[in-house]
Structures are given as C-alpha cells and as structure tokens.
Design a protein around this ligand. Structure first.
Ligand code: MTE
Length: 456
C-alpha cells in the first residue's frame, strides 16, 4: 500500500466510543499539543483491547508528528506475560473478555411500555461472519421468557392425524435429527423506519435478526410418525407454552419442506430466551412463526385466524386493506460497518462489511454503492453461502474525506432485487409495520461521523 488513501483508516466503534466528539473537534481545529497527545495516549491505552490499541497508539504518535518513539506495549513486558494465568475451569461456562462487555443486546428506549412484551436487538455492528453468538441472539417476547423444566415439557401433535401423540424431550432427542444454519428475522425488523429515519445505529435498524445452527427433528418425521392425513391436511397450528399462548398458522407445504422441531442451537441446548427446550424453526419465514417453548401442533384443513395473525402481523396496504398470512422474509441486506453511530477517524482504506439474506433461498450477489446509489460495485461474498442463512459480504473502500452515502443491495437466487425506499413505498405505502426490506443508507460526513439517512 502507498499514499494516504491506501493506508487502513481507524474506526471509532459505536456505541462503545472512547474519544468524545468534542475532543475530536478540538484536535481537528487546533491540532495536537503535548497535553492532547498525552491525553490521547491514555485514551488509546484504555481502549487497547477494544480496537487493537498498540497500532492506534503508534498511529496517534505519528499523526501528532512525533515520529516513532517506541511503543511501551512492545518495549515493556505487560503483567500477563510475567505472571501465572488463571486456572482451567475457573469459569465453568466461558464468557467474553471483560473488554468486550459493551457489546450486548439492547432494548430500544421507549419502544415498549412493558419489558415482558418488548425486543432486545442484536449488536450487528460488532459481529463477524454469519453466526450470532447465542448470548447476543435478539429477543422478542409477547409475555416474557420462561425457563421450562425439560423433564416436565410435553409436545403434542393432534388434529388430522391417525395417531395423536404426546412426546417427552427424551422421546424427541432419540429421533433422527438434522443440523442446519438459518437466519431468523422478526417481521417487524426495520419497522421504525417506514415513515422516516428513526433510530441511529444498525443494532436498532436491523438487529431483530440472528443466525444460528439449529438441531432437532424434521417436522415431517414427526407428522409421519403420527400418520398425518395427507388427503385432508392443509394447515398446521403451532402453539407455545408461555403465558402469551402464541399460536400461528403455518401452511402444510412449509411444514413438510424444511421446518425443524429444534432443541439445539449453536451446538448446545437452545437458550431459554429463544425457546428452551423446544422451538419451531421455519426457515425463511418471519420470526413470529418460529414458535418458542413449542408445546403443540394441530393439523387442520383451514387457517386458524389466531390473534397473532389477524390483530397483529398483518400489513396495512395503501388502499386501506390488511394483507394477512404473509410468511416469507424477502431478500434484504445491510452494511454493518461502517454504520450509524461510528466515526471514521482518518481518510484511507476501510473494509466495508455487511450481511445479506433471503427467505427464498441463497444470496446470489450483493452490490455496494458509495455515492447514494448512482454507481454500484459487486462485493465479495464469503463462504459458506447457504440457503435461508445470513451471507457475509466484504468490499474495500478508500475514503477520500468527502461526504459519502453507503448502501448495499442484494439479489437472491430467484432474481429478486432489494428495493429502494421509493420502490417499496410505491407498492406498500408507509403505514405498514412489517416487512420493510428497503435499501439502507449510511451517510459519512466530512467529519467522519456516520449517520442513518434515507434517500429515495
Ligand atoms: N413464541 C412464543 N411462544 N412466544 C413469543 O412471544 N415471539 C415470536 C416468536 N415466537 C414469541 C414466539 C416473535 S414475534 C419472534 S420475532 C420470535 O419468536 C423471536 O425469537 P427470539 O426471541 O428467539 O429472537
């Protein structure tokens, strides 16, 4: 690499910021003096574990015109190199580093008046690859989460079957199992942005999205085990065991396709917040149909008209009608870094990274624009590229210090192209809550600050 714009730039992460906006402004206006240099050295040292501190400290020295003075982080041995570490199994269940504790799922202030009927969003801005760590999986509960004793949990299949059955967890875990990676996205993801820009960071715009490896029994195996009446059966009703008695109609076609009655998530038992000990996984379909704490599936011949598919989870269309029984999450993508709330601290090279997904299958291509959609470049898709799973994309970008608008646009294997806001609103209006899959725009200001904007 050569020249200012080829050098990797530094990124101040959001919301884990360690330099204040005032300080950055002061340095911009008045440059460094000895006092500011010392202050910055200290600030970078504190943030060392968060953002590769040694490189930053050295860069700060050089930026300050001090030249290379020797990095104490190399020249002086730190305590961890000269002492005994902690013993094995000091923590029976591993935890992230204490320097990563700010990366957590967060509730959007003021979104819901009751914490039991609310959402905690996944911090997409701080994650790599496609798997969401189980402890950072988003949460959406209608009436709080429960931690069910698996020895007392029962799962029933009844309705249009020859042999209605009740399974224990033990029964289920002895049956043929599959493990597959899939995304789950709440139909209400990005809901707050229908009218205009509403929230600052990707955690809140897109964080009702997670991706895990699920293990369980294919629903088809269980329906066959009960002798489903294939002549009459058309729909399934899935019911949860929590206080909300969440019930959802699922078409038989989808149920027989790739749905899983899952107990495993990312190699261990499902977390209680996500449905322990049993949840329905319906790949590609909106999150509300992934019934948690699954206790019953009824086989029927008509849609059930349950409360969570009539009063809620229906789309208000521009002509005043409600669109019911939507299921598939259409193709969508978002740049996760740089993204809203972050600050680019230098001109130069940035690895622009993000996620793309489609409820209809695999991601075929992701294009990225740096000028608000006038020009597009094709991003690199990282493997694995799996059906109905998140796909990670990356593309290099040299920021020249001028204002820029970053966007990503996915095309899935069916040829569906992610719409702009004006294309989406032309069909759906702006009175909807659910299924907003418009192209997201992040504006990079001259100051390097990144903010959420909408362009048509
Ligand atoms: N299942 C039950 N039993 N109760 C619930 O409140 N919430 C639904 C769905 N399944 C819910 C449920 C909604 S609206 C969504 S988006 C997903 O679970 C959220 O799953 P998560 O909390 O594992 O992210």
């Amino acid at each position: 690499m050569s020249g200012e714009q080829d050098r990797p730039g530094r990124l101040r992460r959001a919301p884990e910021s360690f330099l204040t906006g005032d300080f950055l402004q002061e340095v911009k206006e008045e440059g460094f003096n000895e006092q500011r240099r010392n202050w910055m050295r200290k600030a970078f040292a504190v943030a060392a574990a968060g953002v590769a501190g040694t490189g930053l400290a050295r860069a700060a020295e050089q930026a300050a015109g001090g030249g290379f003075v020797g990095d104490p982080n190399i020249l002086e041995l730190p305590p961890w190199s000269t002492s005994l570490g902690k013993p094995v199994a000091a923590r029976g269940y591993g935890m992230p580093s204490e320097y990563e504790m700010n990366l957590m799922r967060r509730e959007s202030p003021g979104l819901a008046s009751v914490k039991q009927a609310s959402v905690a969003f996944t911090p997409l801005q701080g994650l790599f690859g496609i798997i969401t760590p189980s402890g950072l999986h988003f949460e959406r509960h209608h009436q709080g989460w429960v931690d069910i004793d698996p020895s007392r949990h029962r799962f029933m299949i009844n309705g249009l079957v020859k042999n209605p059955k009740v399974y224990t967890m033990d029964d289920l875990m002895r049956m043929p199992s599959v493990s597959r990676i899939h995304f789950i996205e709440c139909g209400a993801n990005t809901a707050m942005e229908w009218g205009n820009v509403a929230v600052p960071t990707v955690q809140y715009t897109h964080g009702m999205l997670s991706c895990s490896e699920y293990t369980g029994v294919p629903l088809k195996v269980l329906l066959d085990d009960c002798g489903i009446d294939m002549k009459k059966a058309k729909y399934l009703l899935a019911e949860g065991a929590d206080g909300s008695s969440l019930t959802r109609t699922i078409s038989l076609e989808r149920g027989l396709d790739d749905a899983i009655v899952a107990y495993g998530m990312n190699g261990e038992m499902m977390r209680p917040e996500n449905g322990y000990p049993l949840r329905l996984v319906v790949p590609g379909v909106q999150g509300v149909s992934w019934v948690k704490w699954l206790r019953r599936i009824e086989v029927g011949d008509k849609r059930y008209g349950a409360k969570d598919e009539t009063s809620g989870y229906a789309d208000l269309m521009p002509d005043g009608t409600m669109r019911e029984y939507t299921s598939i999450q259409e193709a969508k993508s978002v740049i996760t870094s740089p993204s809203g709330g972050q600050t680019l601290l230098d001109k130069g090279y940035y690895n622009v990274t993000g996620l793309a997904w489609s409820g209809r299958g695999k991601v075929k291509r992701v294009d990225v624009s740096f000028d608000g959609g006038n020009n597009w470049q094709t991003a690199r898709l990282e493997t694995p590229i799996l059906s109905k799973a998140l796909t990670r994309f990356n593309i290099g970008w040299k920021w020249d210090g001028q204002p820029a608008i970053l966007q990503s646009r996915v095309i899935d294997e069916t040829g569906f192209v992610q719409p702009t806001y004006s294309q989406l609103r032309a069909v759906r209006g702006s009175g909807s809550v659910y299924h907003n899959n418009a192209i997201q725009s992040w504006k990079v200001a001259e100051s390097g600050e990144v903010s959420n904007v909408q362009v048509s």
